[in-house]
Design a protein around this ligand. Structure first.
Ligand code: MTE
Ligand code: MO
Length: 311
């Protein structure tokens, strides 16, 4: 290394305003005691560590993308189409109070408060490679647990073949919904076996803290073997269906975005190659891996399927 390593990484330095906002969020989420919130002993690092996720064997050991990049280089079209827009404009989103309706083909439909979801199962840190269809990637320490924990409790019927995820529809909170870039609300979907896979997580945080608004607060999906857009943000409804859900990107440009959207370097996007990617923070490009490097875990889900047809 030619440059000196600072004792504290820039990503660890928390501006006062961010710190105060984080404390308010944790208090709302019932994760801070009253004494802790007023006592002067709570350091930024302590607040961030408050979700206390346990490490997971399913995490990658690759270098994490800095917190700053993870929270300022985003796709969240509900706040504009620029990468900076979500961090600058998602302050209008109110992540509490928030509920998620779980319904459709299941014996136990139920509305969940997001604070119930925070306590539904043990929170894990899942450090995942994430690959955007646009050709960039990051390594993000998400906080969550397998979606299967929630699905099990809903007791899906035999007719439930797919799971549909719907983002909040509210142009007041999400001003980007006033522009017709996509059909709102944003909808995504998974086949039931994909949704039940242990790598597919219901995500409530990142870097040990609650999800920042721009990353899909208060609750989103994270599906690391698929292009980023399959991981729907700010979810208000999870619905079990018999028919394949009509997804936002498929509706917008069906020839470019199929239902499966598995990371696949052998299937070009109609307008560009998917062979390589730029890891945010690195110079140059690296090869994109089949299923984003998760082939060993997920390839069997697609055995016998023609992945050029089911792209
Ligand atoms: N509701 C909603 N979810 C969304 C998107 C969006 O525009 N709206 N963008 C998707 C895309 S293209 C990507 S790459 C990821 C980005 O997630 P991140 O900003 O937390 O890295 O979110 C996905 N989920
Ligand atoms: Mo993306």
């Amino acid at each position: 290394m030619t440059h000196r390593q600072p004792a504290i990484a820039p990503s660890e330095i928390t501006p006062r305003a961010v710190f105060e906002q984080r404390r308010a969020l944790l208090r709302q989420a019932g994760l801070l005691g009253a004494g802790m919130a007023t006592g002067g002993l709570l350091l930024p690092g302590t607040a961030r560590a408050n979700l206390a996720p346990r490490p997971s064997a399913l995490s990658t050991t690759e270098a994490r993308t800095p917190h700053k990049d993870v929270t300022t280089y985003n796709n969240f079209y509900e706040f504009g189409t620029g990468k900076d827009d979500p961090a600058e404009r998602a302050g209008t989103l109110k992540p509490r109070p928030w509920t998620v309706m779980v319904e459709g083909e299941c014996a136990k439909p139920r509305r969940w408060d997001v604070d119930e979801l925070l306590k539904l199962a043990a929170l894990e840190e899942r450090v995942y490679r994430m690959r955007c269809v646009e050709g960039w990637s990051m390594v993000i320490p998400w906080v969550g647990y397998p979606l299967s924990e929630l699905i099990r409790r809903a007791e899906p019927t035999a007719k439930a073949r797919y799971v549909e995820f719907t983002t909040l529809l509210d142009p007041k909170q999400m001003p980007g919904q006033r522009a017709a870039v996509l059909e709102w609300p944003y909808v995504e979907g998974l086949r039931m076996d994909e949704a039940m896979h242990p790598l597919a997580i219901l995500c409530l945080g990142l870097y040990g803290e609650l999800l920042p608004n721009q990353n899909g607060a208060p609750v989103r999906m994270v599906v690391p073997w698929k292009y980023g857009f399959k991981s729907a943000k700010s979810i208000v409804r999870i619905r079990f269906t018999e028919a394949e859900p009509r997804t936002a990107w498929n509706k917008a440009i069906p020839g470019e975005y199929g239902f499966y959207s598995n990371v696949n370097p052998n299937v070009d996007h109609p307008r560009w190659s998917q062979r390589r990617e730029r890891r945010i923070g690195e110079f140059g490009k690296r090869d994109t891996l089949m299923f984003n490097g998760y082939a060993e875990q997920v390839a069997s889900l697609y055995a016998g399927m023609d992945l050029r047809k089911f792209f």
